[in-house]
Ligand binder design. Structure first.
Ligand code: ADP
Ligand code: MG
Length: 291
């Protein structure tokens, strides 16, 4: 098979591992820089061009779309879908996952456990919004943040009010969320591939930090998850429509709660912490789904 990995950088761990895994399974793999693809949207004959020539035909594409390039990246994936190329994650699911509000709304409709979360536009509603999510301490987060940047913990109503006011004043879309204190800065990242959890790690934030992101200095270790957590991760990926997803869960006093679902989860932390061949699982998923 001929597999393309859509990625901005062929030197990234995840990109390199996907190429390696594809080759190990006897396929050819090429890294295509998403942002250098351009498209011809002519009726009946959609094509993608790359560095001056028509892009080769591929049997499958693995999109690795970074947060800063979601709009363009999703357009490239959509164009590949129009060309009937099998995309491991489709463009609609990628766009859904990137928007935390949209994802949480979909998960809440299906009864998935979530931290109580509020969203508002007008500054006049701030007081009630703070009350709605149970008062301080609470979390304020950007709708399209990633790697922990744009996630703020505030301890008092006064601080919450001024931070929310500042963000709304800057026209930044934010969620206001119940802070799950008993998680103690830890969360569980479940790597879901084709409806199965193929690896899971616990991420523990460093001291003085509540965000467990590895980019924020969090430490990853392998973990046994419960059946409930496994079922929840698989269900969340399914609801968002992702075949490959990094589902983040915190353990709360009222059971597991979903924090977010990532469409391009990093492979380095989870493969190193668990010793699992996640890249291989992704290639295996492609093999199972292409006729
Ligand atoms: P990002 O997309 O930037 O990773 P997240 O929503 O995943 O944003 O939040 C980053 C980290 O902050 C999470 O992995 C978790 O450790 C912590 N966190 C986020 N929301 C909450 C919450 N409601 N309660 C407790 N911790 C949280
Ligand atoms: Mg996260």
């Amino acid at each position: 098979m001929k597999i393309a990995i859509l990625s901005r950088n062929h030197n990234l761990y995840s990109t390199k591992r996907l190429v390696e895994a594809a080759q190990a399974f006897g396929h050819t793999a090429e890294v295509i820089d998403t942002m250098r693809c351009y498209m011809n949207i002519t009726s009946s004959r959609p094509t993608i061009h790359y560095k001056g020539a028509k892009l080769d035909s591929y049997d499958a594409v693995i999109p690795r779309i970074g947060a800063s390039v979601t709009f363009y990246g999703a357009a490239v994936v959509r164009q590949l879908e129009m060309m009937n190329v099998f995309c491991v994650n489709d463009s609609v699911a990628i766009t859904r996952a990137r928007d935390k509000l949209r994802s949480l709304q979909l998960l809440s409709k299906k009864g998935i456990g979530l931290p109580t979360t509020g969203f508002a536009h007008s500054i006049d509603e701030i007081q009630d919004l703070i009350k709605m999510v149970g008062g301080p301490p609470l979390i304020i987060k950007f709708l399209e943040g990633t790697q922990g940047v744009g996630v703020v913990l505030v301890d008092t109503s006064k601080a919450a009010r001024s931070v929310i006011e500042a963000f709304l004043g800057l026209k930044v879309n934010i969620l206001v969320q119940e802070y799950i204190k008993e998680a103690s800065g830890a969360d569980i990242r479940c790597l879901v591939v084709g409806g199965k959890v193929v690896a899971a790690m616990m991420r523990q934030a460093k001291s003085e930090e509540f965000r467990s992101n590895l980019h924020r200095g969090g430490i990853a270790t392998s973990i046994e998850i419960t059946d409930e957590e496994r079922a929840m991760a698989i269900r969340a990926a399914h609801i968002i429509g992702l075949n490959v997803a990094g589902v983040d869960i915190v353990r709360s006093n009222r059971g597991p709660l979903i924090i977010e679902v990532n469409a391009s989860p990093g492979l380095e932390g989870i493969e190193k912490a668990t010793g699992k061949d996640v890249a291989g699982s992704i290639i295996n998923f492609i093999e199972q789904n292409i006729d």
